[in-house]
Design a protein around this ligand. Sequence first.
Ligand code: ATP
Length: 572
Amino acid sequence: MISRLRRWTRPYARTAALVVVLQLVQALGSLLLPTLNADVIDNGVLARDTDHILGRGALMLGAVLVQAGCAAGAVYLGARVGMGVGADLRAAVFASVQRFSAREFGRFGTPTLITRTTNDVQQLQVLVFTTLSALLSAPLLAVGGVVLAMGLDVPLSGVLLVAIPVAAAVIGVITRLMTRPSRLTQVRTDAVNRVLREQITGVRVIRAFGRDAHERRRFAAANGDLMAVALRLGRLQAFSGGSALLVINLAAISVVALGGPRVLGGDLRLGALVAFLGYLTQILMAVMVAMAVFEMVPRARVSADRITEVLTTEPGVPEPVVGAPLPAGPVGLDVRGVTFGYPGAEKSTVLEVDLMARPGQTTAIVGATGAGKTTLVNLMARLIDVDSGLVSVNGVDARELDRRALAGLVGVVPQRSYLFSGTIATNLRYGSPDATDDELWHALEVAQARDFVAAMPAGLDTPVAQGGSTVSGGQRQRLAIARALVARPRIYLFDDSFSALDASTEAALRAALADEIGDAAVVVVAQRLSTVRSADRIVVLDEGRVEAVGTHAELSRISPTYREILHSQGER
Ligand SMILES: Nc1ncnc2c1ncn2[C@@H]1O[C@H](COP(=O)(O)OP(=O)(O)OP(=O)(O)O)[C@@H](O)[C@H]1O
């Protein structure tokens, strides 16, 4: 794990080196104090030498001040390194997730990606911080303490021979015991996130079906599981803290019991006994600190594994090393023999599909629910990559185009349009940040959204809630269409984007769109016949395969599926 963390701590090497120096000075100060204390007792107090007491006292004060200053500096800089590493890791995980395609999102799931970016990174951040601010000085304090303690009195050092291995054994056992609950804690935090997220998103469905009690029980179960494992960890921590204190105090009692009579017998100086107690406490405290940090290691290792898994996951839609140049002028999109199956699915969702979208023409895709229409649109926009076959733009493989350039070329209005928290204007400018207000109003007009936006209290500056939950479904759809229009793409992919509009609004929108988009290529997925009837080309999809291609008139004759759709909508 250390080697994995090294990559992230490297940019902070200088600060970390400074922390090492500060910790060294701090530890030396700590080690000096018991010896000075012994000197004050033996040669000052017992010898009744006030000057010696004051002289050594001043020295002790100096040592304490230097030690405190260095300790504060080490903690401050340690925090800067820890927080810096944490921020860098979060940024890296975020960047990685941003490159994920639907495939990777499906594999990980949203809740765990959020936990990994926050909670798991926090584990590593805390480990780096405590290592720098506490663990670094522990070896010097322990080794230096042992050497100085032995210098004071060899026979008493026998106590250390017993106490240190006992403390070390406790570390080993507890660290091992903590590994499993640590891993479980992260997994169960994911589970709580998952349930919570689902319940917040689905709150209306829960209320509508009166399933509040059921959902409460579901959450209570996930929450209880998390608490159970957290308690198991807590018990182990309590045991480790308690046993460490027990070891320290038993060792101190043994030192007093063994050393006290020897002080009375004149065999050991009182100052040496007191100093020995000081070193004993320092040594065992150092062991205890190391123990506390080691206890974090299993948990941090689990987090490091979870973060590494995200960072090393290759996106299903990789970026080309050098993007091919963008085709100029009107743009057409071709799908040739494309097959795609979702990971884990038994059969392909899209099979050997051929389709073309020509500039200035509209291609409609129709088919039963689940026929693979949305999947096909996602393949065309390269939101997912084909398993085989080719999606090309003016003859250039879409995989060779720079992804941002491709996004500028292809405007997608998804089936479930999503609006970001902000205002109407910030949402509309999402794909074209420099668009003027006039351009926004124009796009709204084409999308049949001008009237309702104009009627809003702050017009374009009206706030929009995350997801667009403060506007109606039909309004959201129209805003999403306007957002695509503002970006002026050269290929439009409308995935069932008119479904929430009434027939007359849709007819007005289609008429306005036809004037607006000029020689752009349009692909429309639709259920409603009025939407597809006037298309230049209609592709009928059946269980992922193209059943037929043609105009409305042609398909009415040759395609059973198309006839079924006609039939279901009262036409023949
Ligand atoms: N992310 C996914 N992971 C696994 N399977 C998926 C995923 N998305 C869709 N599918 C499956 O792929 C098939 C086609 O789904 P798709 O959404 O492309 O159909 P559709 O024709 O757009 O349907 P609808 O008209 O109902 O929107 C369905 O059987 C669906 O279960």
